[in-house]
Design a protein around this ligand. Structure first.
Ligand code: 9MR
Length: 483
């Protein structure tokens, strides 16, 4: 996932041109109108169908891609959001100190604008594609250089990007932050510093942390969740989480939707930012069908989360994907093959967009960074706020053999400094993962105490912790005490 630069054979598919694209669009329209229980007015492109659901459907394009007419025509027909594949990264934009070059990024922005597409800026701070002059700076110069880079780039693109991946791939797999030059210089505060600098430069852009292998509930996403909650509690301008979603066929995490939902419940937008689904080569037809199932799952997960603003595929067609160059033996990860023909994944994504009931409250993507209250499909009865604190459990998702819950801890008439929530499981449930608190378990009795950063709750205010558990979803009575 941290690939070396890799050559891509851009000669494949060049000759097929516009005719192939038109054939694709026509074939698609036919397939769509012919099939699969679609509503009468189902849209026949990803972007039209996504827009009807208040979302976008995006792609990544490099400057090289812009010279491939079949690819860009297909992109313009199907997508309404563009992420520059490489052109806004640090090595492209500030290759030497103080010397900025936005030419390539500007070309992507111009292409997008002239085709009615928006732009996701990618990215401002990342350990990779980082010039060596930055990684070898004396540590006491890193913050100034980082903030100058962010301010200059975000100011240049002010008003032209919908969102910025301000922080890209900050985590190791175990949930610790990477020890890159930014971390070495500023500790974890580099993230807040970067978000604040980006917000000052472009107050209207949605500011994201973007990472891979955070799509399911795991150590990495749990760490990011805690960080997000901490940043928000400190008023740091974080507006969204990008789930890269570089998947392997048949391996979409079952907790994808629940995991996105828990971030959304913090008041954040969420987005699938770099979707691809690689197949061991050669791909057979059952793998291509499975890939369709996978794409459908991902689109459905986004549609099921009201604050999921859109899905972006990392590229257009199999002939120009980064996958074969980085994962030898794998390929065919896109919705179109290298001849620009739609694959089952395309049909599945389109069907998902056209079939699922609308969960979005409005026809435009949600844009407010203000917190949205958690949805409450099955809350325990709301206790009166009389004592020091109360705790209310909500089941946010359940599946055969497991469930995910969120507990809201609310202070009573006075502020609390430290809280303890206790309950007893009715039917042998066991917690598999818990965040924003520390747990101790004795038989069926569970005690959760505040984490280091969320023990202080103002009078009448609340904080949350959450967990996933094995067993049947349950809503036991909770007690909350404060020392
Ligand atoms: O698609 C990009 C590819 O052309 C570059 O060689 C590569 C170098 O790191 O970066 C690719 O994009 C990455 C993105 O910026 C961040 N997430 C992973 C993507 C695939 O490596």
């Amino acid at each position: 996932m941290e690939p070396p630069n890799h050559p891509i054979d851009r000669s494949r598919g060049r000759a097929r041109g516009l005719a192939a694209v038109l054939a694709t669009v026509l074939a698609t329209a036919t397939a769509v109108s012919a099939g699969l229980a679609m509503p009468a007015q189902a849209a026949s492109t990803l972007k039209a169908s996504a827009e009807a659901k208040g979302r976008y459907f995006g792609t990544a394009l490099t400057r090289g891609d812009l010279g491939i007419s079949a690819e860009v025509n297909l992109a313009a027909a199907q997508f309404d959001m563009v992420t520059p594949g490489n052109e806004m990264k640090w090595d492209a934009t500030e290759p030497s100190r103080g010397s900025f070059n936005f030419g390539s990024g500007d070309q992507i922005v111009s292409f997008a604008q002239s085709h009615g597409m928006r732009v996701r800026g990618h990215n401002l701070v990342w350990h990779a594609q980082l010039p060596s002059w930055v990684s070898s700076l004396p540590l006491n110069q890193v913050q100034g250089v980082m903030e100058n880079h962010i301010t200059t780039e975000a100011t240049h693109y002010k008003g032209k990007v919908y969102a910025w991946d301000v922080i890209n791939e900050p985590y190791n797999e175990d949930g610790t932050l990477r020890q890159d030059v930014f971390y070495k210089a500023m500790g974890a505060d580099y993230i807040a510093n970067a978000l604040r600098a980006a917000h000052a430069a472009d107050p209207d852009a949605k500011l994201y942390i973007n990472d891979y292998n955070i799509e399911g509930t795991n150590a990495k996403s749990n760490a990011l969740y805690s960080l997000a909650q901490s940043l928000l509690s400190r008023g740091v301008p974080l507006h969204g989480i990008g789930f890269e979603s570089h998947f392997i066929v048949g391996q979409i995490p079952s907790s994808l939707q629940a995991n996105m939902q828990r971030f959304a419940n913090l008041g954040l937008d969420v987005a699938i930012t770099e979707l691809d689904d690689r197949i061991p080569m050669p791909a057979d037809s059952s793998e291509l069908q499975q890939q369709g199932t996978d794409y459908g799952k991902v689109v459905n997960a986004c549609l099921a989360v009201a604050r999921c603003v859109g899905v972006s595929q990392w590229g257009v067609d199999d002939g120009h994907s980064w996958i074969p160059g980085t994962f030898p033996g794998y390929g065919a990860p896109m919705m179109w093959d290298s001849g620009y023909q739609p694959k089952p994944a395309y049909t599945a994504a389109l069907n998902a967009l056209n079939s699922v009931p609308d969960t979005s409250p409005s026809p435009t993507p949600p844009t407010s960074p203000s917190p949205t209250p958690p949805t409450s499909p099955s809350p325990s009865p709301t206790p009166p706020v009389t004592g020091a604190c109360t705790a209310t459990l909500t089941t946010v998702n359940s599946w055969p053999g497991g469930f995910q819950s969120e507990v809201t801890v609310r202070a009573g008439g006075s502020a609390v400094n430290g809280w303890t929530v206790k309950w007893t499981w009715p039917g042998g449930q066991t917690i598999s993962s818990l965040w924003n608190g520390t747990q101790s378990v004795s038989g069926s009795s569970v005690t959760v105490r505040n984490a280091a950063y969320n023990g202080s709750v103002a009078a009448g205010a609340s904080t949350t912790f959450g967990f996933t558990a094995n067993g049947a979803a349950a809503t036991p009575a909770l007690t909350c005490t404060s020392p």
